[in-house]
Write a protein that binds this ligand. Structure first.
Ligand code: GDP
Ligand code: IMO
Ligand code: MG
Length: 442
């Protein structure tokens, strides 16, 4: 039995969907613990591509229970569309459970997200425009609507009447937008409530029962470490905690119930939205990575910014999440390159910096210090064991593991399930434990 957290070790889109789907085979329960429909997790099964936003990637296994946890924010309209899409493809959604204490994204959240981005001008964050920040802001301000309010018709009417009138002042006076009609919104959301009611549960209790029954639980993170509200490149972050610690709060489980953390990282780096990105390449190899990696956002279709692998943020992710092992994805995207660079440290005004600086202004001044490795210039997509890989590809992976001081358990060399090399059992492998200052296990 092992309860495992899967997290993104970079700026999101690392391939968490693929890795979660892969591991869901041996999970009884898969839990999403934060984020909302800003996430876009792609799972490719044979010739079918599934794009999931809120529903855990475990949904493709009929026996697996899927839970959308308390730490998420739920846009009911998009969730229902996602349910309909899966049902239309003959994927049962009967096993989907929704936490009664998750917060609901309302139309005013989306409007405020988009209007405030416009108002910020050059200071914009580049959000997905899905209302994520404003929903979490209302949660903190204690004026949020929770799923349990949504499914209580009388409570919903009372609460929404007050909240919409309050938000209308903001929409009209601050953003010059037309007010919302409370009755129309209430009617619309009552319909959503009817559809979602059968799925609503006390999620934390369900998860606790699963722990007691020694069932395998997989916690699926959305976004990535550098987008974490507390530990990422603030203010260019999302409004939740994608780091592994977020799984405890967002799912409602104690830290003692989590056995293992798996970090997912691309063999290079991407980022969507604004914010500093030291290894970014706006042309040349950056374009090759974007083309070969099909680096366009799953949720918004935006072009992802591309750059070399950054081992400083990799090491940081290992530390902040307590990563036991890594899954390195999209190695195949590097197949054609004659040489590959890895950022091993930064230079700030002539001084070497080995650690991720918390200040975004300082981070924006970091110049990458690169080591250059030879490329392999042949396809890795049909490799199924480490021995099948070209020597240069294996050396590259070894170098990444050494720089991050964490073992690589999984290597992905294509989007589909079978394009995977299992190096060691990612769920039951040895725990990494503590490292000394040189990154050697103690
Ligand atoms: P997530 O948000 O972390 O789940 O990642 P996304 O699904 O947004 O983006 C990852 C993209 O890369 C998806 O289109 C995947 O199908 C694709 N992908 C995953 N692993 C690999 C891989 O090893 N090689 C290639 N070429 N594509 C991959
Ligand atoms: P997955 O789960 C990549 C980014 C946005 C923006 C910032 C804040 O697919 O990895 P938000 O709408 O959350 O307020 O936007 O976070 N962002 C993501 N980038 N992958 C994601 O999710 C993301 N979710 C949000 O682009 O920079
Ligand atoms: Mg994604």
């Amino acid at each position: 039995m092992a309860n495992v957290v899967v997290i993104g070790a970079q700026w999101g889109d690392e391939g968490k969907g693929k890795v979660t789907d892969l591991l869901s085979k041996s999970a009884d329960v898969v839990v999403r613990y934060q984020g909302g429909v800003n996430a876009g997790h792609t799972v490719v099964v044979k010739d079918q591509t599934f794009k999931l936003h809120l529903i855990p990637s475990g949904i493709l296994y009929p026996e697996t229970e899927c839970i959308i946890g308390s730490g998420t924010v739920i846009d009911p309209k998009t969730l229902i569309e996602e349910l309909d899409r899966l049902e239309a493809l003959n994927i049962s959604t009967q096993n989907l459970m929704i936490s009664q204490t998750a917060h609901v994204t309302m139309p005013y959240h989306r409007l405020i997200d988009q209007a405030s981005e416009e108002r910020r001008g050059n200071h914009k964050i580049g959000t997905t425009g899905r209302g994520i920040g404003p929903t979490y802001a209302d949660k903190s301000e204690r004026i949020g609507i929770r799923i349990l309010d949504l499914i209580d018709p009388e409570g919903l009417r009372k609460q929404l009447n007050w909240t919409i009138n309050y938000k209308n002042v903001i929409l009209e006076k601050l953003y010059d937008l037309p007010p919302l009609d409370p009755e129309a919104v209430i009617d619309e959301y009552e319909q959503y409530a009817q559809r979602l009611r059968p799925h609503v549960v006390d999620a934390s209790l369900k998860i606790y029962d699963a722990v007691q029954e020694k069932r395998n639980i997989l916690f699926e993170g959305a976004q990535g470490t550098l987008l974490d509200l507390d530990h990422g490149t603030y203010p260019y972050v999302t409004s939740s905690n994608p780091v592994a610690g977020g799984a405890c709060v967002g799912a409602g489980v104690g830290p003692t119930m989590i056995d293992r953390v798996i970090g997912v990282a691309k063999a290079y780096t991407t980022r969507v939205g604004e914010g500093p990105f030291p290894t970014e390449m706006t042309e040349g190899v950056g374009d090759i990575l974007c083309d070969r990696g099909a680096e366009f956002g799953t949720t918004t279709g935006r072009k992802r910014r591309c750059g070399w692998f950054d081992a400083v943020i990799g090491r940081y992710a290992v530390r902040i999440n307590g990563i036991d092992c890594l899954a390195i994805t999209k190695l195949d995207v590097l197949d054609e390159l004659d040489e590959i660079k890895v950022c091993v440290a930064y230079e700030i005004d002539g001084t070497r910096c080995d650690n991720f600086p918390s200040s975004s202004r300082l981070f924006a001044r970091c110049k990458p210090i690169y080591e250059t490795l030879p490329g392999w210039q042949q396809s890795t997509m049909n490799c199924r064991t480490l021995e099948d890989l070209p020597k240069q590809a294996l050396d590259y992976l070894k170098y990444l593991a050494e720089l991050m001081a964490a073992p690589i358990a999984v290597v992905s060399i294509g989007a589909s399930r079978d394009q995977t090399i299992i190096v060691e059992d990612p769920i039951h492998g040895p725990k990494r434990g503590l490292l000394d200052a040189n990154g050697t296990p103690v």
